[in-house]
Design a protein around this ligand. Structure first.
Ligand SMILES: [Zn+2]
Length: 285
């Protein structure tokens, strides 16, 4: 947190603070998602698989390139922590920091989930969000953030001194280890910062600390994605439940989440190809 210390304040401090900001990564030059095509493709969806994620636990699921998937709220307000990998290469995984730099702190329809270096391509595109009505609230909060990493037992231990085993980080490790028949030690390095699905978060206006508040999600709400490449997903039903009060403990009411996978029977995707990985030479000078 920032502490104001006037000791070194220069004469022109007011002018320096008054300089207008510029966006770090203007996205005007990005090739946008083909939303018209995706909107057409999602008009004719056929559900081909469904995976239930039990509360305080996680599951993995596969989505073929060109399919859609939804994360659906079922029995009550529940937050989900989403990991994405290229199905055949776990080293290519979702890069929440760069996604945040490109699209802002919270994702919405049309935004993309980018993979890390040296790939840097869209893994998935958000194609529909029943919570798009929420926008921003008076606290500066919104839903589906890419700022909050994931709840984990190391930070829980640091702050409370307790070993808690059902944080999203651990849930995702167990799910990936089971799915890929790895040890938990082998799986851990592949687990990464998440998209916080349905979570309502922001930074406090005074101290700029990360905050959460009760998610506005209700049963039937969903966040829908288009798989830009063959994907392996991992979804944890966070032990924080709706994240209105606590996480990293068994105190919150928790509910399952559904993952629904759809094939499009529309002609709209004819000729569509998965995006290529970055064409940067990788010579690094
Ligand atoms: Zn969590």
């Amino acid at each position: 947190m920032k502490h104001y210390n006037p000791e070194n304040e220069p004469q022109d401090s007011r002018e320096r603070r008054a300089i207008e900001p510029v966006v770090c990564y203007p996205v005007e030059s990005l090739v946008p998602a083909e939303m018209e095509r995706l909107r057409a493709a999602r008009q004719d969806l056929e559900k081909v698989a469904q995976v239930t994620v039990p509360p305080r636990d996680a599951r993995c699921f596969e989505v073929p390139a060109g399919h859609f998937f939804r994360i659906v709220s079922r029995d009550g307000a529940q937050v989900g922590d989403l990991n994405l990998w290229a199905r055949d290469n776990l080293h290519e995984k979702f890069y929440s920091g760069k996604t945040r730099a490109l699209h802002g702190t919270h994702l919405s329809t049309g935004d993309r989930m980018w993979s890390g270096f040296p790939y840097l391509r869209p893994l998935a595109t958000v194609t529909y969000d029943t919570l798009d009505w929420y926008g921003w609230d008076k606290f500066g909060g919104s839903v589906h953030d890419v700022i909050g990493t994931r709840c984990d037992p190391y930070t829980a231990k640091l702050l409370s001194g307790v070993d808690y085993h059902y944080c999203c980080h651990s849930n995702l490790i167990r799910a990936l280890a089971d799915y890929k028949e790895m040890t938990r030690d082998e799986a851990e390095p592949y687990v990464h910062d998440v998209l916080n699905v349905f979570m309502c978060t922001g930074f406090t206006l005074d101290t700029h600390q990360y905050f959460m508040k009760a998610s506005p999600v209700r049963p039937g709400d969903y966040l829908e994605f288009f798989a830009e490449t063959d994907l392996l997903g991992g979804l944890s039903a966070c032990p924080g439940g709706d994240c209105s009060a606590k996480h990293s403990s068994d105190e919150a009411a928790c509910f399952p989440l559904e993952v629904e996978i759809f094939k499009s029977n529309s002609q709209a995707l004819e000729g569509w190809e998965p995006p290529a990985a970055s064409s940067y030479s990788r010579s690094h000078g």
